[in-house]
Ligand binder design. Sequence first.
Ligand SMILES: [Zn+2]
Length: 312
Amino acid sequence: MKSRVFVISLGLALLAAPSLLRAAASLNVVATTEDLASIAREVGGDRVKVEALSRGYQDPHFVEAKPSFILKLQRADLLVVVGRELEIGWLPPLITQSRNARIQPGSGGYLDASQNVRILDVPTGPITRAMGDVHPSGNPHYWLDPNNGRLVAQAIKAKLTELDRANAAYYDQRYADFDRRLAEGEKRWDASMAPYKNAKIVTYHRSWPNFVQRFGLQVIGYVEPRPGIPPSPAHTLELIAEMKRQQIKIICVEPYFDLKTPTSVGQATGAQVVVLSPSVGGVKEAGDYIQLFDYNLRLLVTACKETGARPS
Ligand SMILES: [Zn+2]
């Protein structure tokens, strides 16, 4: 009885206070990847509705555009992109076709998340086709350093506050909570990697420069001969020789690449093939941005332990 009275009076209070309802109204946020979507959810909480275009198990350079993407973009108040030309092969025509003035590049509802983060591999000389699929404005896989995730969260907080001043204090508080949990995660991840400082690995694509720099690993070679170019027999033989010479026992592969070449390299060198998740949603266990690091570092630490990797 008491609870019914409470429900009725709460309903009346809501009717009498439209500002309360307005505070709960949500901005539509669309992010190109699940990593950015996860960070936007952390900051936006229940005041935003967040959708990602690509899935974490897809190669973010080559996403197949679906009609549903345009519908999402038409409704968006804010579009968050990775930038650094990661999405150049699929996103620009979709933004145009959405005819949503709010999210066109340069508009208030367009956020390039790479603007204030630490970018690595910025080419210094001229870029030629022979170099492969090199990103002229630097390596776009920057979200794999948790501090860059923190900087992205700050940029999203500033943007949400600009678009929705009424909820500024809420976004501040949500950001502070994310920042605290991320810092706890960083302590946990650093401690787990400490026994394997500077361990050497091979990766398939150049997805991990920010990650390895942050966690003190060294990449000595790639399964791809050049970025975006599939493995070739000549390069694979060179890689095997180099791995034997340096006794490299770990090959990290993104989930969207064929395991055939990594597996045969592993057989030739005795190295373990570890499928890491470069994005939230790449595997079920990497359900959000913090879990992404928990998952990858757990796999790497296990691989280091099993292959006897030592600090060098
Ligand atoms: Zn790439």
